[in-house]
Write a protein that binds this ligand. Structure first.
Ligand SMILES: Cc1ncc(COP(=O)(O)O)c(C=O)c1O
Length: 422
């Protein structure tokens, strides 16, 4: 029954990027693209080409040749922009998501005695919470007083109504996830941005778990956002992150300024006065990593001709199928789907709750089924729609059922107890 459904699904909707374009670790079922997307042939080729360019031109690579490095970050930002529904000048690429978040909060968080709170969800991704706490502290405020946590409901989800209701008159800004990194719950970006605007609150969206998958229309739906590019955008480990600043907020003088955020014609100006780029590029700090940008630029070639609406629809079918297979094969062992079932409230990954999730994750990895574990009890499985097939999903769930049946995970319990995440 499940096998027939998988075959039908794969016949009707095969992965849009064929297997020979990928360098997925051999012999694995790679369901961890929500953590790190796999290497691809174009990413590898682009890095090799960048190395060759360095070898051939040395420092002249910044200025010479068909694709000088001097404005490589701008070219990559322009390629990312349509993938998140932004104009080219609204996107900047470079550094880490954490740095981009600090840059946006440092620039736009301006607390007053009556409007000073920064809102973030309970259990937010650690770096987001650290950035929020430290930005509040930069203003001499106590995070315990000034940071307001959005509560989760009994199922561990954020109720959009409760989020909107929490944006009271004392709230200056909020950091919200497009997709919650643990449960995989997707939030309605447009609706919550509109609610925040009515409340006079500026939202920074962390779209790390949706960029390259959800067809965001940031120019219409958001004011500020950050996202990493190593998950669904497959840009490589530590790939440069991105930020979005709506053109209504441009030009911007960022809190943290560096020479790479200069207007390009003034970058080498010796006057010591900073003249910023007109667009979001002003948020750049120092010299970008050319090799890392090359990998990202290569991986973005995979998105040529991809329609994100279709990709998200394929993700919906695969996550639907994953949840059905988990219901059918894993429920007897107490495994519960912890991701909302409504298609609009999920994106690329499904979280499965089980008290021994950490040991199960290790047992799966020992069988070359790559998933991950997030405390306290979640396994995350991402059937990334660019390359995963329903048949892969079914095999992974069958492995998990077999592991539970044999009690194979018991041998990993001790290691699991020592591991914070796997
Ligand atoms: C929601 C979220 N934000 C941020 C990050 C990472 O930030 P950085 O690129 O600074 O390491 C991650 C990484 O997994 C994430 O899931």
């Amino acid at each position: 029954m499940l096998a027939a459904r998988a075959a039908d699904l794969d016949a009707a909707l095969p992965p849009p990027v064929p297997p020979d374009r990928w360098r997925i670790p051999p012999g694995t079922l790679y369901l961890d693209g929500n953590s790190l997307g796999p290497c691809s042939v174009p990413a590898e080729a682009a890095v090799r080409a960048a190395l060759d360019g360095w070898a051939a031109a040395g420092v002249l690579g910044w200025s010479d040749g068909e694709a000088p490095w001097f404005d490589l970050a701008e070219r990559v930002a322009a390629r990312l922009a349509p993938l998140v529904g932004a104009h080219s000048h609204e996107v900047v690429v470079g550094g880490t998501t954490t740095q981009q978040l600090h840059q946006l909060l440092g620039t736009f968080y301006r607390p007053t005695p009556t409007r000073f709170r920064l809102v973030i969800e309970h259990g937010a991704f650690p770096t987001d919470r650290h950035a929020v706490d430290s930005q509040v502290a930069q203003h001499g405020l106590d995070p315990a007083q000034a940071v307001a946590e959005l509560p989760l409901d009994g199922r561990g989800w954020l109720a959009p109504d409760a989020v909107a209701a929490a944006l009271g008159p004392d709230v200056a800004m909020a950091v919200l996830p497009g997709v919650v990194y643990t449960t995989g719950q997707r939030l309605p970006v447009a609706e919550l941005t509109a609610a925040a605007r009515r409340a006079g609150v500026r939202v920074v969206w962390d779209l790390s778990h949706s960029a390259g998958l959800v067809p965001h229309r940031l120019h219409d739906e958001a004011e500020l956002a950050v996202f990493c590019t190593y998950k669904y955008l497959n840009g490589g480990p530590g790939a440069p992150a991105a930020a979005f600043v709506h053109e209504a907020l441009l030009p911007v003088t960022p809190a943290y300024r560096g020479w790479w955020g200069s207007d390009k014609s003034r970058q080498f100006s010796m006057e010591g006065r900073w003249t910023g780029a007109a667009g979001a590029g002003a948020l750049q700090l120092g010299t970008p990593s050319v090799l890392a940008l090359a990998a990202l630029a290569g991986s973005l070639e995979l998105f040529d001709g991809i329609c994100l609406e279709d990709l998200l629809e394929r993700a919906r079918q695969l996550t639907d199928f994953l949840a059905a297979a988990a219901d059918g094969l894993l429920a007897p062992w107490g495994v519960r789907v912890a991701t909302p079932r409504e298609p609009a409230a999920r994106a690329g990954h499904i979280a499965l709750a089980h008290p021994e999730a950490a040991a199960l994750s290790l047992a799966l990895r020992a069988r070359r089924v790559i998933v991950d574990y997030r405390p306290p009890n979640l396994l995350r499985l991402a059937p990334a729609p660019l390359y995963i097939r329903a048949a892969d999903v079914l095999q992974a769930i069958e492995h998990l059922a077999d592991i539970l049946d044999r009690g194979e995970h018991a041998q990993y319990a001790e290691r699991a107890a020592r591991a914070a995440v796997t």
